[in-house]
Every structure is written in C-alpha cells, then in structure tokens.
Design a protein. Sequence first.
Length: 274
Amino acid sequence: MDAANYTPQRVVSLQPSATVTLRDLGLLERVVACTRYCADVCPQVAERPRLIVSDSWSAQAEQIVSVAPDLVLASVPYQLEAVGEILKAGVRFLALAPRTLADIYADIAAIAGTMGVPERSAAIIAHMQGRIAEVRQRTAAARKAKVFCEAWGKPLIASQPWVAELVEAAGGEFIGDAGKTTTAEEVAVARPEVLLAAWCGAGDRVPLERIVEQRQWLDLTAVINRRVFCIHDELLNTPASTLLGGLDAIAWALHPELFEKPPGIRQMQPVARG
C-alpha cells in the first residue's frame, strides 16, 4: 500500500500554533475541526466550514470523534482528563510542549513529517531563523536595555523562554526567570528599562496604565520614560511562525531608531503622578 494512505487527511487542531503550522505547510484543507482561537490567529481556517471545538484544556472526545479525524494536534496547556478521553477514542494524538525556539522548530518538523510532507518544514524554519538572525545583526551594536516581559498579570508570570530568546535577538536583556511566577517587587528590584505585556488570551487589552499604578511601578525607569508596551498576545504566545510579528514588535519597542513600528503593539499613555 502507498505510504500516502497512512498520512492524516482529517485533522483536528486544538491549538492555534498547530493550525498556523498547517497553514504554513499548505495543509489547511485537511483541517476538519479547530478552536475559535485558531480562527482568530489564522483567519484562513475560517474560509471553509469547519467544526469549532474546545481547546487542549477542555477538549471533549465526543466533539472530536464526531468529525471522524485520523489525527488530533494539541499543545500545552493540557487537561489530563481531556487528553485521556481523546486517547480512549482511538484517535492518533500528537502532543506538543515547546519551551524554546529549537523546540518550536522541532515541532514544525514533527508536524510536517506526521502529515507526510517532511520536506516542507525546512523552508519555514529557515525563514524564521533568517529573520531572527537579521534582527540580531541590526541590533548587535546597540545598547542592550533591561526588559521584563510578562505572559500573565495575576499571578505575575514572565513570558516563555522563546520570548526571552526573541528579546535577546532584538538587542535586549531579558530579566527574571522565563516562564516562572514572580512578584511586582522582584521586577521592580531588577529595574527594567522596558516593560512588555502579552497576556495569554487578552489580545491587546492589557490595562497598562492601571497595572503600573497598582504595582507601584510609577518610579521605574521604564514607566518614567513611557517605555511600557502591550504586544498582541498571539504574536508572542503562539509558538509558530507568528512569532516573527512578535519579534518585530519587540525590536521596535527596544530600538525605534532602527525599526518601523509594526502592527500589534501599543504604548502606554502618560500616567498622572501624584
């Protein structure tokens, strides 16, 4: 039997990053169901009728089985019960849990291989690596500002390691432990010169002015100089080629003299000081 007969033709994607990668691989036609977040990040997936299902945290096996998939793609965070139900349904399940850029490249290659098009991943990975290298070269001689980037506000959580790598590539120094919970006091002690917020699921709605007041950050250099920014969460929290948009946003926030302002970033308005 031809090997093509073993490659998935009906895919359920439970995470936007997987959907974006399938788009980049030219395989969106194989997606029979995805989450509403997938459609937000990858509008092309909404161009054809597809079942909208819950994400990796709340996926329901009955929903998934109803579209007769031969592969489910998912990424962290997972709810173990939901994963267990999917596996019990007898559907192939590819689970992703990236932390670094290298992990993301490996996931792209894994999806391409699973889908039977391993050769297509190389161009996507090379494009991402090339763009990151280009930004790194442009900022090599620039002063490295101290940057705190957060993925959530309560509790305060620093952004993932891949974001720390993007900050470094954009000519910044990432402060704090990437992916770990911290406190407003610990951030203040580190004296960040740039503050970035990309809260998971919040789009571009992080209330910058309110949080700097609530956290008593008004005397921080970043706040005094109004170098406090909200980056649309999909640009930093979707581990796929969409991260290049996040890289552009970080690069402009750190070095506006070197880069044009891209879409997806908003600067804090002046805050009244008592």
